[in-house]
Design a protein around this ligand. Structure first.
Ligand SMILES: [Zn+2]
Ligand SMILES: [Zn+2]
Length: 233
């Protein structure tokens, strides 16, 4: 599944009854039995309980437990299995936090790909970049996107999304605040050239015959053309 399709299937956290979304002022609560459906408050939960208790809650609980158990049993030995499990958890149970945990494990499992599962790296990076199910962490997203480039084929399905992610991060840079001293430090410099470079790299380029070794060389020879386009537009 490509990142694009995955994102289309993701459901944001909303109240099962009134569909209020999660925000800084509304923290949704999960049904304590199935840990799947969410409510904005007791009133909506009560309204839904009559219907939810008729098998639905039990079914969701079983499904969730099975998927977690399944991932635990096989997942750590098989990154692909764990990756598929995480995708199911995110899209079908809408549990982004649990999905990120599983994606991260898959990203660090050496089977079937030495160094981790590139799909899982991209998906985890996207969640960290946008704060989806986890606290936003651009530095972590950046590192994961970079790892993808050293683990995936040039022009392959993970290559494009990782380059676009790196481009977005270079466009703004990353500034970190030290909570204790209140001072700011630059983690990643804002760098327009790198932002453009990765945007160009996100599309496979026939001029390099798909060989990643020649990419840097190709960029050095062609960079002025792309930089000019930006400066004049
Ligand atoms: Zn509600
Ligand atoms: Zn329930």
């Amino acid at each position: 599944m490509s990142l694009e399709f995955y994102l289309e299937d993701l459901k944001p956290y909303t109240c099962q009854v009134c569909h209020t979304g999660e925000s800084t002022t509304t923290k949704l609560q999960r049904c304590s039995l199935c840990k799947v459906v969410r409510y904005c408050g007791v009133e909506c939960q009560r309204k839904h309980w009559k219907q939810h208790k008729k098998g639905e809650c039990e079914k969701l609980k079983k499904m969730r437990n099975f998927w977690i158990q399944d991932a635990q049993n096989i997942g750590d030995k098989n990154g692909t299995h764990l990756f598929i499990g995480a995708t199911r958890v995110a899209t079908e149970l809408g549990d982004h936090a649990l999905a990120v945990e599983m994606f991260e494990r898959a990203a660090n499992t050496n089977y079937p790909i030495e160094g981790g599962h590139p799909n899982a790296m991209v998906y985890a990076a996207y969640h960290y970049e946008h704060g989806y199910g986890v606290k936003q962490n651009l530095e972590k997203a950046f590192q994961l996107y970079q790892r993808v480039l050293s683990h995936s084929e040039f022009g392959g399905e993970n290559w494009g999304p990782a380059c676009i992610g790196l481009s977005r991060i270079h466009e703004e840079g990353i500034i970190k605040e030290d909570k204790e001293t209140g001072s700011y430090s630059t983690v990643i410099e804002k760098n327009l050239e790198l932002a453009i470079k990765y945007k160009v790299f996100s599309k496979s380029n026939p001029e390099t015959d798909g060989d990643v070794k020649y990419l840097e060389q190709w960029w050095n020879e062609n960079r002025d053309k792309f930089m000019e386009q930006i400066e004049t537009s």
